[in-house]
Design a binder for this molecule. Structure first.
Ligand SMILES: Nc1ncnc2c1ncn2[C@@H]1O[C@H](COP(=O)(O)OP(=O)(O)OP(=O)(O)O)[C@@H](O)[C@H]1O
Ligand SMILES: [Mg+2]
Length: 341
């Protein structure tokens, strides 16, 4: 089955063509980062308007790249939540209009299920069951995954998501948006051991997270250094490293706990923060100790993209699921509400 996937939940317009027999045929992405950077974060109205501009040219581009014609497309998958309502509506309206015009089915995809299944597009995909750590701009969740749509939430962030903590901390330290890659880059120049930051909520049982206090701790450290007349690039790098180490360590400790609790030794990491190489290294070390394996997507499929939506949609379409003609999206949508296939 040849599926066109459309992603518009936030500030990336992603389009891809996935074939259930031949795999991923083409994918294209337009990132709005430059558009939002001057504001230090995503401006929802600007995001929606830009998706409108980008969608059709990107669809033409993936068709060209795949050497396919629109008559060959058998179904359309689009992100129907969670995300920014205006941005989601652009993708949903476009998908439903094309599906109606072409006389093919359309299926709404849960954005986080898309992230979760993105490692399935790689050469060695994970096998069910596994524990998934979803670490993105809006989510930090540990999930037991027994199959597609068979999700049990084990723990989540009580305040900021990990990616959000990276972004906000970076902003407080005068770095550019998005903060995750900026902090990761700066941390490479950092001096290990100069600062040690707390590992929030690791001293008590449970699998929930909290990153808001760590962000404040980082800001206070940066301000104290500045007040003492030390606002050097080296100090900024040392603080970035201490912050990243604290996040990575905290995530690693909780993942280890989740694997122990479930008796599994297969871990999937997905979402933008799963592109972080310090996190990958730390988790790989931990899983080696458990004789297990960690799975993740190539960096460009860690952040938002159309390929993960085309893939997830294709699995649901093959199981016979699709939408009616309504244009429906959901800003909030717990993943556990999804039907199993
Ligand atoms: N190398 C990296 N290290 C740490 N964080 C990173 C890295 N690369 C990207 N990120 C972070 O990933 C986030 C973006 O990921 P993603 O696109 O999956 O999130 P989102 O779509 O905004 O949120 P959600 O998927 O929860 O709706 C940003 O917070 C960004 O700072
Ligand atoms: Mg995302």
């Amino acid at each position: 089955m040849l599926v066109l996937g459309l992603e518009t939940s936030c500030d990336e317009t992603g389009v891809a063509l996935y074939d259930s027999e031949r795999g991923l045929l083409a994918d294209a992405l337009f990132s709005q980062i430059d558009l939002h950077r001057v504001y230090g974060g995503v401006v929802p109205e600007l995001a929606s308007r830009d998706h409108v501009k980008r969608m059709l040219p990107l669809i033409r581009q993936v068709l060209d790249e795949a050497g396919a014609s629109r008559e060959q497309i058998e179904a359309i998958a689009y992100t129907s939540g969670p995300g920014l309502v205006g941005a989601l509506l652009v993708g949903a309206a476009c998908a439903q209009a094309l599906a109606f015009a072409w006389g093919i089915p359309a299926v709404g995809v849960h954005h986080m299920e898309g992230h979760l299944l993105a490692p399935m597009l790689e050469e060695t995909p994970p096998a069910f069951p596994f524990v998934a750590l979803l670490v993105s701009g809006g989510h930090t969740q540990l999930v037991r995954v027994d199959g597609i749509g068979r999700y049990q939430l084990l723990g989540e962030s009580l305040d900021d998501a990990a990616g959000e903590a990276f972004d906000k901390t970076a902003k407080l330290m005068g770095l550019r948006y998005p903060g995750g890659p900026e902090i990761a880059r700066l941390a490479e120049q950092g001096t290990a051991g100069r600062f040690t930051f707390p590992r929030p909520m690791t001293d008590r049982p449970g699998l929930d997270f909290s990153f808001s206090g760590l962000k404040t701790f980082t800001l206070n450290t940066w301000q104290q250094c500045r007040d003492a007349g030390d606002a050097s690039e080296q100090t900024r790098a040392d603080i970035a490293l201490a912050f990243q180490e604290a996040v990575v360590d905290t995530l690693t400790i909780k993942c280890k706990r989740a694997l122990k609790q479930t008796g599994l030794n297969s871990l999937v990491i997905a979402g933008g923060v799963s592109a972080n190489s310090a996190l990958r290294q730390s988790l790989e070390g931990m899983l080696a100790g458990l004789k297990g394996k960690v799975f993740y997507a190539r960096p460009r499929f860690c952040t938002d993209n159309g390929a993960m939506i085309a893939y997830a949609g294709c699995q649901r379409l093959l199981a016979g699921q699709h939408e009616g003609p309504e244009i429906k999206v959901q800003a909030r949508w717990p993943m556990e509400q999804l039907p199993a296939i």
